[in-house]
Write a protein that binds this ligand. Structure first.
Ligand code: GLN
Length: 198
């Protein structure tokens, strides 16, 4: 653990996806950030953000870079991890509509369906109520987003669309959102993640 008590050193998994946006969100909150591409880097951080992007690509690259097993071990050991969109898919114990051979790291007792909003309405923005984050609604951007289809006993839904479909979950030190707070200047999820890293 390299971070001091009050300033955690947090990693952003930097294999593919919107790494920079997470890096700036975390820095704006005063965290020290390390881009993680190697096991030695993972070993130094107090927590990890898995960005949005393409989950099957991040999965494949994590194996090529020798990060898959170290990440799984850290998750088991209780390291805080926050995943957005593709990152949420990678944290799910079960992935529906995965491509052949696609695996997740797992950790959150949920099943997610990739690209759940289908062809025509692949991206949209909406206001979400997230009681755990206070009264002010979260402006949420969904980009070819997954939906949480099953929330197991160990996990907890933090937010749902008006039709009841779950789009944010938490399980202990693991946090995941179907949408991308990092591109809207919404920092409350990152704050919640950082609080777990201290
Ligand atoms: N559809 C992508 C996937 O399956 C996720 C999209 C995103 O991260 N914005 O990985």
């Amino acid at each position: 653990m390299a971070g001091s008590i009050n300033v955690p050193l947090v990693g952003v998994l930097a294999l593919q996806g919107d790494v920079r946006e997470h890096e700036s969100a975390l820095r704006s909150l005063g965290a020290k950030v390390l881009l993680v591409r190697r096991p030695e880097e993972l070993a130094r951080v107090d927590g990890l953000v898995i960005p949005g992007g393409e989950s099957s690509v991040i999965d494949k690259l994590s194996r090529i870079f020798g990060l898959r097993e170290p990440i799984r071990e850290q998750i088991r050991a209780g390291m805080p991890v926050y995943g957005t969109c593709a990152g949420l898919i990678l944290l799910a114990d079960a992935v529906l509509d995965a491509i052949e051979g696609q695996q997740s790291f797992g950790g959150i007792d949920i099943a997610v369906r990739r690209n759940a909003f289908g062809g025509q309405v692949e991206s949209f923005e909406t206001e979400l109520e997230v009681p755990e984050l206070g009264d002010e609604a979260v402006h949420a951007t969904f980009i070819r987003a997954p939906i949480v289809e099953r929330v197991g006993a160990a996990a907890r839904a933090l937010a749902s669309l008006p039709d009841g479909r779950v789009v944010a979950v938490e399980q202990g030190n693991l946090l995941g959102t179907s949408f991308h707070p990092e591109i809207n200047g919404e920092t409350r999820f990152h704050r919640r993640f950082l609080a777990k890293c201290i």
